[in-house]
Design a protein around this ligand. Structure first.
Ligand code: G
Ligand code: G
Ligand code: MN
Ligand code: NA
Length: 259
């Protein structure tokens, strides 16, 4: 595959960049943080989304240096936003971790290093891990996440509801946020909303809150969905209704608009 062989040189040449999508508090729409979403500005094919190259990077192991770059860059950016807001702001940064990164022996050491060098407090970082990456996870896999969580880093279970994880398993996972998959939010767009869909989301939110997990909803595209999800007790949201992924300056202006 041409894209696969081009990956290492692309990283060296600085062809990757990050877009940021805000996460907002559902109650008042204020900015809570942003998720870092990597893109590849390919010299021939133009801008490629992560779905086009993350799986290739996973297969070849290039995800490790690429993921390290994303983490460094996103943490540096978050620290920059914080210093530009006079109050130092609670702005948080979410970074996706792929399964290979999760298995990498230096994940904890490198994350600590990136945080220390940037000056960002660990509590401002949230690492997103997909539900499927943690299915059947044993202690060896959970240990680094536990160490990060003990330092104050938030761990979010991404795409929640699409995997097959046993809900009871959540108790032994060092997770503090559930990111409800976009498919649930899409269900909120039907008129009328299927009452069973409502019950399912309501149940997940109650369970999450009883385990002291926060609930973020993805893919909010309309005000009606936002209202519905707010009534169901979700905490934070992300989606085109608030903002599409975009350049870092966009986040800065959204935060300033709140202030
Ligand atoms: O923007 P969207 O097409 O931007 O993202 C698609 C998917 O790619 C999402 O599920 C997201 O979790 C994943 N993704 C985006 N950026 C990264 C990244 O830096 N690392 C990993 N592992 N996944 C990412
Ligand atoms: O981490 P992950 O799967 O969740 O990344 C989020 C993905 O969802 C990215 O591809 C992003 O561009 C996309 N996305 C973000 N907000 C919306 C939205 O409101 N609607 C849809 N359809 N996709 C969204
Ligand atoms: Mn994500
Ligand atoms: Na997701």
């Amino acid at each position: 595959h041409g894209l696969t062989t081009a990956l290492p040189a692309a990283l060296e040449r600085g062809e990757f960049f990050i877009e940021y999508q805000p996460l907002v508090h559902l109650d008042d729409g204020s900015v809570h943080g942003a998720e870092a979403l990597v893109r590849w500005c390919h010299p021939q094919h133009g801008v490629l989304g992560p779905d086009r190259f993350i799986p290739l990077a996973e297969n070849t192991g290039l995800i490790v240096p690429l993921g390290r770059w994303v983490l460094q860059e996103a943490v540096r950016q978050a620290r920059f936003w914080q210093t530009r807001h006079s109050d130092g702001g609670p702005l948080r940064i979410n970074v996706n971790l792929s399964p290979t990164q999760l298995h990498h022996p230096r994940l904890v050491a490198e994350t600590v290093d990136v945080l220390e060098r940037s000056g960002l407090e660990p509590g401002a970082l949230c690492l997103e891990v997909t539900e499927s990456a943690l299915i059947g996870a044993d202690d060896d896999l959970l240990k680094p996440l536990r160490q990060l969580a003990e330092m104050g880093v938030d761990i979010a279970l991404d795409d929640f509801g699409t995997g097959y994880s046993n809900l009871a398993n959540l108790r032994r996972m060092p997770v503090s946020v559930l990111k409800l998959d976009r498919s649930f939010t899409q269900g909120m767009q039907q008129h009328p909303v299927d009452p069973v869909d409502l019950k399912i989301v309501e149940g997940i939110v109650q369970l999450a809150h009883s385990l002291e997990l926060a609930v973020t909803v993805e893919g909010v595209e309309t005000g009606a969905q936002a209202q519905q999800l707010r009534e169901l007790g979700c905490d934070t949201a992300q989606g085109w209704y608030y903002a599409r992924p975009g350049a870092p300056d966009r986040i800065h202006s959204l935060v300033l608009a709140d202030a």
